[in-house]
Ligand binder design. Structure first.
Ligand code: SF4
Ligand code: SF4
Length: 384
């Protein structure tokens, strides 16, 4: 998706951003532009949210487009709909920028099909940690609505990864809701988005410079904070003994893996019987070392997951939210992901057009390794 618009279309906003965005989607429904809308909605018990594919306008009235928490990454919800084919409905889906990035990664992995899906994102103030919200949803709602109305991107009550996220605004989406100085506007970011704006007869006439400047300034601060945080993470994870210490509390529940939108394998090796050693193996390890902790191979699970998916990690923080023993999994994975992605000159979720390095091998991508392969191939050629 290429950035097309330099101006945004002003959206009527009588009360808050929530209402204005909901009104916008209701209007799309009335005009029969989409068959269904995918938005978050509060569950009946009132202490969490679920992703809902809405076809009935009456139900749409109960949706809450900007949810304070992320119980499931929206990319994973969309994958459930399109992983076996593109479906039959024209869908509008609103997501946080990290969820858009995860959607982009899953699209490249053929697990999401965007042919009939129009993606909307918005300036994200962050999400409240799940455990905090569940403990007191009323206070969580109040805090979040205040953050939204003030467009406060520096709130202390959001998830640790949200505090260091520098991709909180326009992403590889079709359309993006920008918030600035109490104004709400829609920015097109693809041909699909531009066509929709035309259909709605919305004119992109609002200058985006002021908004862009504010976003850039906030980004700079986040980058600095991110670098500082990563320095601390480095001291806790580099080297086997530090890594073991950091994951000492891990109970091997694999919640971090099952909540991760990027853990894309249909069958995870670590959940197969091959990865679950029998009693002989456990006793052999205990004999070799004097004792062994159970469950076995926790570090192998985490390093295996890092090796597998850190190229595509979008720092959404779902893994930390899901961890019952409060290991800062998301910060650790974000730290590793930053290095892996820098090595491969890749940015997860930046664009559907960027090839996934693991799917597109280039001979010179790892310098020395490329040279070794070339020389091995040359030797093989000589022997033929
Ligand atoms: S590893 Fe954690 S932060 Fe990264 S994409 Fe998966 S759930 Fe999100
Ligand atoms: S969620 Fe936490 S306890 Fe469970 S496997 Fe992941 S790091 Fe370990």
């Amino acid at each position: 998706m290429n950035k097309i618009s330099e101006k945004g279309a002003l959206i009527k906003k009588v009360s808050g951003y929530q209402t204005a965005i909901l009104d916008f989607f209701q209007d799309l429904f009335e005009k029969n532009i989409f068959d269904a809308v995918m938005l978050p909605m509060k569950i009946p018990s009132g202490d969490s949210f679920a992703w809902i594919m809405i076809k009935d306008k009456k139900i749409l009235n109960n949706a809450q487009p900007l949810a304070p928490i992320m119980p499931v990454n929206a990319a994973k919800a969309l994958k459930r709909y399109t992983r076996k084919g593109k479906g039959t409905l024209k869908i509008a889906a609103l997501m946080k920028p990290c969820e858009i990035r995860a959607t982009v990664e899953l699209t490249k992995l053929n697990q999401v099909n965007l042919d009939d899906v129009t993606l909307f994102s918005y300036d994200c103030v962050g999400a409240i940690p799940m455990q905090d919200y569940i403990a007191d949803p009323k206070t969580g709602d109040e805090k979040f609505e205040k953050m939204l109305s003030e467009n406060n991107l520096n709130h202390n009550d959001v998830k640790p990864v949200c505090k260091i996220c520098d991709n909180f605004s326009l992403s590889a989406t079709d359309l993006h809701f920008g918030f600035n100085a109490d104004k709400l506007f829609l920015v097109t970011n693809s041909k699909k988005g531009e066509n929709l704006l035309q259909k709605l007869d919305l004119k992109a006439e609002t200058d985006l410079q002021k908004w862009q400047k504010a976003i850039d300034e906030k980004k700079k601060k986040r980058v600095k904070k991110r670098e500082e945080t990563f320095k601390t993470v480095k001291t806790k994870v580099e080297g086997f003994s530090k890594l073991t210490e950091t994951f000492a509390d891990c109970i091997g529940c694999h919640n971090c893996q099952s909540s991760c939108p990027i853990c894309y394998c249909r069958q995870c090796y670590f959940d197969t019987s091959a990865a679950k050693p029998n009693s002989d193996v456990v006793l052999m390890r205990a004999k070799d070392r004097g004792a062994t902790s159970l469950p076995l191979d926790r570090i192998m699970f985490h390093t295996g997951r890092m090796a597998h998916m850190s190229l595509s990690c979008v720092s959404c923080g779902l893994c930390s939210d899901a961890c019952p023993v409060n290991i800062p999994v998301a910060k650790i994975f974000s730290y590793v992901a930053a290095q892996t992605q820098e090595t491969f000159e890749y940015s997860a979720g930046a664009s559907v057009g960027d090839a996934l390095p693991m799917k597109e091998y280039k001979l010179n991508e790892l310098g020395e390794l490329g040279e070794m392969v070339k020389s091995a191939e040359a030797q093989e050629g000589e022997h033929e």
